[in-house]
Design a protein around this ligand. Structure first.
Ligand code: P1T
Length: 380
């Protein structure tokens, strides 16, 4: 099956043997009848497995061209499970520009469990290699990065990971499987905040992990069941439904993202625009190579780098809603320095470009004219 067909049907066989419902039923149940101890129809207890979640996990694996899918209660719960495959003393090399909550989990929790993190720019493989030693176990890549939209060459990093027998995990939240498929580019783990584009309607919080290797999948299933950070059946259903229109939404997000990025690039008050589809973007060539299109996330800074001007701008928006999160059908705007990246120390965030005037837009699928008109009036 090709991608659009997979988004709708991938992994969804015999979904309701009882009544033949076309949509996956929401199995709102804790437990399952056993005729004699251990004899059941494949499910025992909903932390260990639930048919609605299982249908979602198969869909996730299908769209990522992977073998095994796992769903978690949030994107961070998914990252947490991946980190639990490590041991005290292990080292991780991570992108330095990444979601603030991921940084907080790494630096605020796992560092105290004895795991060492190197947050680095990953534009060249030589830089990555210079941090590898015999304790390194995992390379963590977010691409495009949140919120500066740097693009990292997954295939090139995967070669380094393989050479040194390291795991490569890619946070594919911004691109989604529609725009880029990290497992096909050599990654071992692909992770999502499914809260965003996969759900697509800002009505659910959920996370996912997809892998190919059986042993790694077994280890992650063990962690999922042992730690219990699973999503409920209703939330699993919502993401499963969202995935069915992922391809259509991502096409429109990308079209509107392009219109917004080009509009901002030509605006006299704008200093820099960060969208990988622009030819001026420093990683445009890599983006062209590994992404089908460039998506709907656009960040920009205004001339003068004024904190107050940035706050005034987001307050004035009418079609864009000022809110945390991204990836829904509606356009959102955020001020990373005071919102999503407030947990990253000012000195650290400024090193990666998260300065006071930076605005992040999650460009939705409304009419382009309305979006551009809103930016025009808010920029004054
Ligand atoms: O919010 P949650 O589902 O737990 O996912 C965390 C997460 C992981 N990775 C990336 C790239 C993310 O953007 C996020 C969540 N991000 C936001 C809430 C945000 O506004 O950027």
């Amino acid at each position: 099956m090709k991608f659009n067909t997979k988004a709708i049907h991938g992994g969804q066989h015999n979904i309701d043997p009882a009544y033949g419902s076309v949509m996956t039923p929401i199995y709102q149940t804790t437990t399952y009848t056993q005729t004699t101890p251990g004899s059941h129809k494949g499910f025992e207890y909903s932390r260990s497995g639930n048919p609605t979640r299982s249908a979602l996990e198969k869909s996730l694996a299908s769209i990522e061209n992977g073998k095994h899918g796992l769903a978690f209660g949030s994107g961070l719960a998914a990252i947490d499970a991946i980190l639990k495959t490590l041991k005290s003393g292990d080292e991780v090399i991570s992108t330095n520009d990444l979601y603030g909550g991921t940084y907080r989990l790494f630096n605020g929790i796992y560092k105290d469990f004895g795991i060492k993190f190197h947050f680095i720019g990953m534009q060249t493989v030589e830089t990555i290699e210079s941090y590898i030693n015999d304790k390194t176990k995992l390379i963590w890549v977010e691409t495009p990065t949140n919120p500066i939209m740097n693009v990292i060459d997954i295939e090139a990093v995967s070669k380094v990971a393989k050479k040194h027998s390291l795991l490569l995990a890619v946070d594919n939240t911004f691109a989604t499987a529609y725009l880029q498929q990290p497992l096909d580019l050599g990654a071992d783990i692909v992770m999502h905040s499914a809260t965003k584009y996969l759900g697509g309607h800002s009505d659910v919080v959920l996370g996912s992990v997809v892998v190919n290797k059986d042993k790694l999948a077994e280890q992650l299933y063990f962690i999922q069941n042992a730690s219990g950070a699973i999503p409920g059946p209703m939330d699993s259903f919502l993401v499963l439904r969202g995935i069915k229109t992922l391809h259509l939404r991502m096409q429109r997000h990308s079209e509107n993202g392009k219109a917004v990025a080009e509009y901002l690039q030509n605006h006299p008050k704008v200093e820099n625009v960060f969208w990988p589809g622009l030819e001026s973007h420093p990683n445009h060539e890599v983006a062209k190579k590994q992404m089908k299109d460039f998506g709907g996330m656009v960040s920009f800074t205004t001339k003068g780098n004024s904190y107050e001007e940035a706050i005034k701008f987001v307050e004035k928006l009418k079609v864009f809603t000022l809110a945390e999160s991204l990836g829904g059908v509606e356009s959102l705007a955020g001020h990373p320095a005071s919102m999503t990246h407030a947990s990253v120390p000012k000195k650290e965030r400024e090193k990666t470009g998260v300065i006071d005037s930076l605005i992040r837009l999650s460009v939705g699928i409304e009419d382009e004219e309305d979006l551009l008109g809103d930016l025009k009036q808010a920029l004054g």
